[in-house]
Design a protein around this ligand. Structure first.
Ligand code: TRP
Length: 381
C-alpha cells in the first residue's frame, strides 16, 4: 500500500526499560496514552519497550534491561493500558527494526547526528565524549548510542506511525525521523514511508513535573521520584519530606506558591471534588493558594491533602498492579503476542522499503532476466 493511501491513524510510542516509571512519566505520557487509547480516535496503538535503545548505554548490564522489561510492562498495565486496545511489543524481538536502521544510517550524516540536542545532553550526563581515546567506549562515544535516533526513526516508520505522543525532549528524534522519511522517499522515488507528527503534552505541568526536592525534573538519578509502585507508607514519607517554600517558616508567614513543589503537584492532580472530599475549607485550589500566600496555612496541612490526592490516583493503579503481579504468565503472553503482531506488521514495511530500493532480489525474480541481458549486452555498456 502506498503511504498516501494509508489514511489510518497510527500511534507509536515507547520507553526504555531502565527503571520503574514515576509520577513524571504518568502526567507526561502514561495518562495521555490511556486517554488516547480510550478515545477511539486511533486505528492502532503500538507501545514499544525499547530494550535495544536502552542497551546503547547499558550494553554492559543487559540484566538490568531484562528485569526492567517487567517493571515497565507492569507500570503500563497498572495504569490502564489495555492489551486488547494497545499493542505492547519488545524492540529486540522485531528484526525489521534492525534492518531499517541499517538502511537509514546511509541517509543521515554524522554531522547531522552530532547536532541532536537531546543526544548531546545525554552524552554529557553519561560522560561520553567524542574526543576520548578510540577504543574506550566507557569514556568515548559508542557508535550505537550516537546513532540511536536513526533506530528510533526505524521504530516510528516501521509501524507507519502518523502520531508519536512523547515529551519535548523527543522532539529532535521526530524531526530527524521526518527528514529520513523525506530523504528516503525522494532518493528511492517512492511513497512508502509516512512523516509522523509529534503530539506534545498539553500543559507546562505535564511537560515537566518537578522532583520532590523542588528540582526542575523528577529523575531516578536525582533520587527525587515518587514511583507509581510506591506503597502508601513510602508515599507518605516522600510527601512529608517535600520541598515547599523555605521562607515559609511559621504558619502565619505569607507563603510562595510559585516554585513550591507541593502546589505544583496539586496543580497537576487536585480536582475540585477532591476538595469537597478531603479539604472542605476550600472550594478549589485557587482559594487554597490564596490562603497560603496570605499566611495562616501550614505546610503539613497542604501535604496531608496532597497525600490524599495522590492516594486517590495511585490506589487504583496499585490495585491493578497487585492483580498483574499475580499474573506474570499473562504478561509474558501479552508481550509475546504483541511482539509477534509487530513483527508481522513491520515486515510488511521492510518489504516495501526493500522493493523501493530494488534490493528485494528474492521477492521478484525478474532480476534473472536483467542479469541475462547484462551478459548479452556486456557490463560496461
Ligand atoms: N527515546 C525514547 C525515550 O527515551 C524511547 C523510544 C524508543 C521511543 N523508540 C521510540 C519513543 C519511538 C517514541 C517512539 O523515552
Amino acid at each position: 500500500m502506498l503511504a498516501k493511501d494509508c489514511e489510518k491513524k497510527i500511534i507509536l510510542t515507547g520507553d526504555r526499560p531502565t527503571g520503574r516509571l514515576h509520577l513524571g512519566h504518568y502526567v507526561g505520557s502514561l495518562h495521555r496514552r490511556v486517554e488516547l487509547q480510550n478515545s477511539g480516535k486511533f486505528d492502532e496503538i503500538n507501545i514499544l519497550v525499547a530494550d535495544d535503545q536502552a542497551l546503547t548505554d547499558n550494553w554492559d548490564n543487559p540484566q538490568k534491561i531484562r528485569d526492567n522489561i517487567l517493571a515497565v510492562a507492569l507500570d503500563y498495565l497498572s495504569c490502564g493500558i489495555d492489551p486488547k486496545k494497545s499493542n505492547i511489543c519488545i524492540q529486540s524481538g522485531i528484526p525489521a527494526l534492525h534492518a531499517l536502521t541499517f538502511y537509514y544510517m546511509n541517509l543521515v550524516t554524522t554531522q547531522r547526528l552530532s547536532r541532536n540536542p537531546t543526544v548531546k545532553s545525554e552524552m554529557v550526563m553519561r560522560g561520553f565524549s567524542d574526543s576520548a581515546s578510540a577504543n574506550d567506549n566507557k569514556a568515548g562515544l559508542p557508535a550505537g548510542f550516537f546513532a540511536y535516533p536513526v533506530s528510533q526513526a526505524a521504530d516510528i516508520t516501521a509501524f507507519k506511525a502518523t502520531t508519536v505522543p512523547v515529551g519535548e525532549d523527543q522532539e529532535p528524534m521526530i524531526e530527524q525521523t521526518r527528514e529520513i522519511v523525506r530523504k528516503f522517499n525522494t532518493t528511492y522515488n517512492a511513497d512508502v514511508l509516512v512523516e509522523p507528527e509529534i503530539l506534545l503534552p498539553e500543559n507546562a505541568t505535564q511537560r515537566r513535573l518537578p522532583g520532590t526536592d523542588g528540582k526542575a525534573k523528577m529523575s531516578k538519578s536525582l533520587g527525587n521520584c515518587i514511583y507509581l509502585s510506591d506503597d502508601p507508607k513510602t508515599l507518605k514519607t516522600k510527601v512529608m519530606g517535600m520541598y515547599t517554600d523555605p521562607l515559609h517558616v511559621n504558619i502565619s508567614d505569607p507563603g510562595h506558591v510559585e516554585g513550591n513543589a507541593v502546589f505544583t503537584y496539586l496543580d497537576a492532580f487536585a480536582t475540585d471534588d477532591m476538595f469537597a472530599r478531603y479539604l472542605p475549607d476550600y472550594q478549589n485550589l485557587q482559594e487554597m493558594k490564596d490562603h497560603y500566600a496570605k499566611g495562616g496555612l501550614g505546610d503539613v496541612k497542604c501535604k496531608k491533602f496532597l497525600i490524599k490526592v495522590l492516594e486517590e490516583m495511585l490506589a487504583p493503579i496499585r490495585e491493578k498492579r497487585a492483580y498483574w503481579e499475580q499474573h506474570v504468565d499473562d504478561i509474558y503472553d501479552i508481550l509475546k503476542e504483541g511482539t509477534r503482531h509487530a513483527v508481522e506488521e513491520t515486515n510488511e514495511t521492510l518489504k516495501e522499503v526493500r522493493a523501493a530500493m530494488r534490493i528485494d532480489y528474492f521477492e521478484d525474480d525478474s532480476i534473472k532476466d536483467s542479469w541475462k541481458k547484462l551478459i548479452e549486452d556486456g557490463f560496461d555498456k
